[in-house]
Design a protein around this ligand. Structure first.
Ligand SMILES: *Cc1c(COP(=O)(O)O)cnc(C)c1O
Length: 205
């Protein structure tokens, strides 16, 4: 099975199983193989799965967060919010939190309009501003989605940019560089990723 192969090949890389397109049965099957961390990109889905599936699963929120869903997300107590895109959103969530939420700043490394995230130029300033002003937002690193391209060089470039920003933030306690999905996780790991988010490669077989 692909999951076990990847785990064995990359023992130092944290795997987040992205379950947005799969069935509850498949989530439980993977959980029974030892996978504890799962990711969802819709607040309602995360909330339902948190309630209905094993309470030993730790949930990551990885999607676009709308302000009107923030209270619902907090009630579901995800262990990580990977997709914080700005100080503004961080502040909005911070004032509603009653626990410290591990959070990653999402960086739009490919500068693609279709993608969310902060621009690379503003990432470090914004990171420090969140860290200083949001007491319940526990910033622990960065996240990105690699460039959507057939050009390998461009994909590598986008990961390397994210990794460089991460390295600059290590002195401010950044520990997680979340990059790499089913199609590009090996490239991401070579570029410095220590957390990969895998969906289709784990569930579509
Ligand atoms: C869907 C999704 C993934 C997983 O994508 P796959 O290509 O199925 O591995 C990873 N990260 C984010 C932010 C996603 O939305």
């Amino acid at each position: 099975m692909k999951y076990l192969e990847i785990k064995e090949k990359y023992p130092n890389t944290r795997i987040i199983a992205v379950s947005k397109y799969t069935t509850d049965d498949k989530i439980i099957a993977l959980h029974n193989l030892g996978q504890i961390e799962f990711g969802e990109n819709k607040v309602q889905d995360l909330t339902r799965k948190k309630l209905e599936l094993s309470n030993k699963i730790n949930w990551h929120f990885i999607g676009n967060l709308q302000k009107n869903k923030v209270n619902l997300l907090i009630k579901s107590q995800p262990i990580m919010w990977q997709s914080c895109v700005s100080y503004d959103m961080a502040k909005y969530v911070d004032t509603r939190l009653d626990y410290k939420l591990q959070t990653l700043l999402e960086i739009n490394v490919a500068n693609e309009d279709s993608k969310s995230g902060i621009t690379p130029e503003n990432a470090i300033d914004e990171y420090l501003k969140i860290k200083e002003n949001c007491k319940n937002i526990n910033l622990v690193g960065v996240m990105c989605i690699g460039a959507m391209s057939d050009n390998l060089h461009q994909i590598i470039k986008s990961f390397e940019l994210c990794y460089k920003i991460y390295q600059n933030l290590e002195k401010y306690d950044a520990k997680i560089c979340s990059m790499g999905m089913s199609s590009d996780y090996e490239i991401a790991i070579k570029s410095g990723s220590n957390m990969i988010r895998l969906g289709s490669i784990l569930f579509n077989e």
